[in-house]
Ligand binder design. Structure first.
Ligand code: SAM
Length: 369
């Protein structure tokens, strides 16, 4: 057994104020349970040299296991603890692109990028493959069946196959960029035409600037001859080698009402659906119709049947929302009504945090059986 310490990124403290370390501990708990077969223990907050760390112990953690933990949303630095000493560990997660993919876009109403990564992580970790094993890696081998490399690590393993992720209310694409960062396929739906245009411009400029091989086009989405909206379709590769090997990432954003998602995407075509729902209060100074949605729960009630149809069996849905406008139990009831099973394993109940006076944010994750 080895003792570890996780130093939280300083910016996490700005986002979550005093909740940052607690959220990191909850996220680590989910990782331990879902990706590391329960081999993490003693997860606690410890002050070392005047700074708060999340400390924990791990049994037989391999470099692979550490590379899974490297994806933790608030990770700044990782250490092994030898008595009073901290030994820095070099860890690399799944990130495939420069971090400015995530940090360049700045606008009122942007979901914080670290929180977006957290929501994506804990939703991805709630997916199971069709046989019920964690993530998409395959069987664990303990039952005598074939061992698939990366199985235990689940979808966040360094070489696990890409997930297909949908953000059905994607704004200007924070979730899409984070999913793409992991080399996953990303799709979004957004009702605001300006958001669609700004994102389309941003991603095309960014891809050109980085000299990444890609194609991008905007076409109308039609159903029964009527135009439903516009679709941005991008294909790209993270490197020349990836391009040669056919490791292509698909990125799609559709300008449409999410309540018509089923007309836009194929049933069962996503592993994970991840969204930051409208807060029911004005965000910053932008005051757009979507962000001012007065009744987020009503919108979710209408949209959920559409979204669930797009999720494959074993896939998971993660929503963050403002608990001051909708109670957790009411949202959980909607998810159950839509045929999902709410994840209540270790860690999943530990994410509520204050964002500002008008917003206490929480997240809920549920799986399609
Ligand atoms: C909290 S914001 C998400 C922000 C996004 N995560 C980002 O970082 O840009 C909620 C989004 O839901 C969108 N929205 C509200 N109602 C919608 C609908 N019926 N269909 C599609 N999008 C909708 C809003 O326009 C807004 O962009």
């Amino acid at each position: 057994m080895t003792a570890y310490a996780l130093l939280i990124h300083p910016s996490a403290n700005r986002v979550y104020a005093e909740s940052a370390v607690g959220l990191a501990a909850a996220e680590l708990t989910v990782f331990g349970d879902r990706a590391l077969d329960g081999r993490l223990a003693d997860i606690t907050i410890t002050t070392i040299g005047g700074l708060p760390y999340v400390t924990f112990t791990g049994v037989d953690l391999t470099d692979r296991d550490l590379s899974v933990l490297a994806n933790l949303s608030a990770r700044y630095a990782f250490f092994a603890r030898d008595g009073d000493l901290l030994r820095p560990l070099e860890v690399t997660g799944r990130d495939r692109f420069d971090s400015d993919l995530i940090t360049i876009p700045k606008y009122a109403g942007k979901t914080n990028e670290q929180f977006t990564r957290l929501l994506l992580n804990v939703t991805a970790l709630a997916t199971t493959d069709r046989a019920g094993a964690a993530g998409t890696g395959g069987t664990s081998g303990t039952s005598g069946t074939a061992v698939t490399v990366g199985a235990a690590a689940g979808p966040l393993g360094p070489d696990s196959p890409p997930l297909r992720v949908l953000d059905p209310m994607c704004g200007r694409g924070t979730t899409l960029n984070q999913a793409m960062m992991y080399g996953w396929h990303a799709a979004g739906v957004e009702i605001d035409g300006k958001d669609f245009e700004v994102y389309a411009n941003f991603i095309r400029t960014w891809l050109k600037h980085k000299r990444l091989k890609h194609s991008a086009e905007i076409t109308p989405v039609r159903r029964n001859r009527a135009v439903l909206g516009r679709r941005l379709a991008v294909t790209l590769a993270a490197s020349k080698d990836d391009h040669r090997a056919g490791r292509i990432v698909d990125l799609t954003m559709v300008h449409a009402d999410t309540r018509r998602s089923r007309q836009v995407f194929r049933a069962g075509s996503f592993d994970a659906i991840v969204t930051d729902a409208p807060y029911g209060v004005q965000h910053g100074t932008r005051g757009q119709a979507g962000r001012l949605t007065r009744d987020p729960l009503g919108l979710l009630a209408e949209a959920l049947p559409e979204w669930v149809a797009l999720l494959r069996p074993g896939g998971a849905l993660g929503i963050s929302w403002n608990t001051l406008v909708a109670a957790r139990d009411d949202l959980a009831a909607l998810l159950v009504k839509a045929g999902l099973e709410v994840a209540d394993g270790p860690g999943y109940g530990g994410f509520a945090h204050r964002v500002d006076q008008a917003i206490v944010r929480d997240l809920i994750v549920a799986q399609r059986a």
